[in-house]
Design a protein around this ligand. Structure first.
Ligand code: GLN
Length: 455
């Protein structure tokens, strides 16, 4: 995999940092254990992985795709990182991403765009474009992403790979640099459903270092993936979300989705149409809640504690001026836009009308899910309305960019589980399409079963 990275990554730009020595050392340790006759520490011992650069890695650069953290080497591992090491997984390096995970195309990275291996003039999705592109380019068989509004599932969809957003609280956020704390969730990316399930079980589970971590057994996702592989979905009730079609959806994507629904029926699933009327407001609510939380979370980049400091050596400048200069230099345009939106939405006099209203919509969306899941076991939709768009096509149009997450955002707002599984190629442009499968909180195993049967 290191050779492969060297050969293709100059073109793909999936990696921001490759830890050749660390990876080889870790691999040698796994080999030494095996040679000594010890049982592997996990089913993934010795398997290489690409880690999104938003998770801290002790002593290894962690930039979040931002100039703000250039050169920062965290003093500790994220819980996800520590669990990977404990399972003998070989961390190859850190992957490119939209700055602080804000974006849907990886074009907002301060370190250049990642290219989609299917067509290098197109985006690999975002914000975790580096992780998904590394899988599609065969640079790594496993990757970790984070999903606040779709950043695991949408890149999975447009690169023809599997991407899973576990139930909120299912995977620890300790050491995940915060964008929107009530939405952020780390999860597995892989080329097959079973691989994703094996990785899921390595990283999931309660962590006392994250106060929102769920203290309950990890859903049996590996068993579910194995069960699903038999291809029998008799007794499974699947709901098609009526609101996710129509204007803005490419006909090729909708045809692929129809074919997927037919296939689920052929596998024995009972398919019904379900309406979730408030999903139409999810995007609007998300783009108030996520920027609000981000404006608060990103206040920590104050030029004092870590990362970039501009003007710090100039004795004529006071702390506030150094802070202003640093934030002006260190943050890119999308991050600044979000901080301004969030600060506005939270300011006195506007709070109730914007942030408060968005929180009410969030509750209505959770209720839509709850009543849908009284009738069905899982919900399905296209993962994203279009296939991979061209690099530059939406770069100057934030509203068009935000539409990429139309179908993924409701699951973040409600905190339930959702994943994208490859659904063939669009008959319109020959590019990968993803099928989204959504399940209730802590019923992640249900979606793995359906995904494995469908795959
Ligand atoms: N594209 C969405 C955004 O820009 C989602 C990002 C994410 O999931 N990290 O906020």
């Amino acid at each position: 995999h290191l050779d492969r990275i060297q050969a293709v990554d100059p073109r793909i730009n999936a990696f921001l940092h490759v830890d050749t020595e660390g990876a080889l050392d870790a691999a040698r340790r796994v080999d030494a254990d095996l040679d000594a006759g010890k049982a592997p520490v996990s089913p993934l011992a010795g398997v290489p992985l690409a880690l999104k650069d938003v998770l801290t890695t002790k002593g290894i650069p962690t930039t979040c795709g931002s100039k703000m953290l250039e050169g920062w080497r965290p003093p500790y591992d994220a819980t996800v990182t520590a669990r990977l090491h404990a399972a003998g997984v070989i961390v190859l390096g850190k992957t490119n991403m939209d700055e602080f995970a804000m974006g849907s195309s990886t074009e907002n990275s301060a370190y250049g765009v990642t290219r989609n291996p299917w067509d290098t003039d197109r985006i690999p999705g975002g914000s975790g474009g580096g992780s998904s592109a590394s899988l599609a380019a065969f640079e790594a068989p496993l990757a970790i992403g984070t999903d606040t509004g779709g950043s695991i599932r949408q890149p999975g969809s447009v690169t023809g790979t599997v991407g899973v957003k576990p139930t909120y609280g299912g995977v620890s956020r300790h050491g995940l640099v915060a964008f929107s704390s009530s939405l952020d969730q780390a999860g597995p990316c892989a080329r097959t459903v079973l691989d994703a399930a094996l990785l899921h079980e390595v990283i999931a589970g309660h962590d006392p270092l994250d106060s929102t971590s769920i203290d309950a057994p990890v859903p049996p996702v590996v068993e579910a993936a194995r069960q699903g592989a038999s291809g029998d979905l008799r007794g499974v009730r699947v709901g098609v979300v009526r609101e996710f079609s129509g204007d803005g959806y490419q006909p090729g994507v909708l045809r692929s989705f129809e074919a997927a629904v037919k296939q689920l029926t052929a596998l024995g699933a009972e398919v019904v149409e379900v309406s979730c009327p408030h999903f139409d407001y999810a995007l609007g609510a998300y783009y108030l809640i996520a920027p609000s939380e981000c404006s608060s979370n990103l206040a920590r980049f104050d030029a004092m504690r870590f990362g970039l400091r501009v003007g710090g050596d100039d004795s004529r400048l006071g702390a506030e001026e150094v802070m202003t200069l640093t934030r002006e230099t260190g943050f890119g345009p999308e991050v600044k836009r979000r901080i301004m939106l969030g600060t506005y939405a939270l300011s006195s006099g506007y709070y109730d009308a914007y942030y408060g209203q968005a929180q009410k919509v969030r509750t209505l969306i959770s209720r839509d899910f709850a009543s849908a899941f009284e009738r069905v076991d899982v919900l399905v939709s296209p993962t994203t309305p279009t296939t991979a768009f061209r690099i530059g096509e939406r770069a100057d149009d934030p509203m068009a960019m935000y539409l990429a997450d139309l179908c993924t955002i409701p699951s973040n707002l409600a905190g339930n589980a959702a994943m994208s599984v490859p659904s063939g190629l669009s008959d319109e442009d020959g590019l990968p399409v993803g099928l989204q499968i959504m399940a209730p909180a802590m019923a992640d195993d249900r979606m793995y079963r359906v995904a494995a049967a469908y795959e």
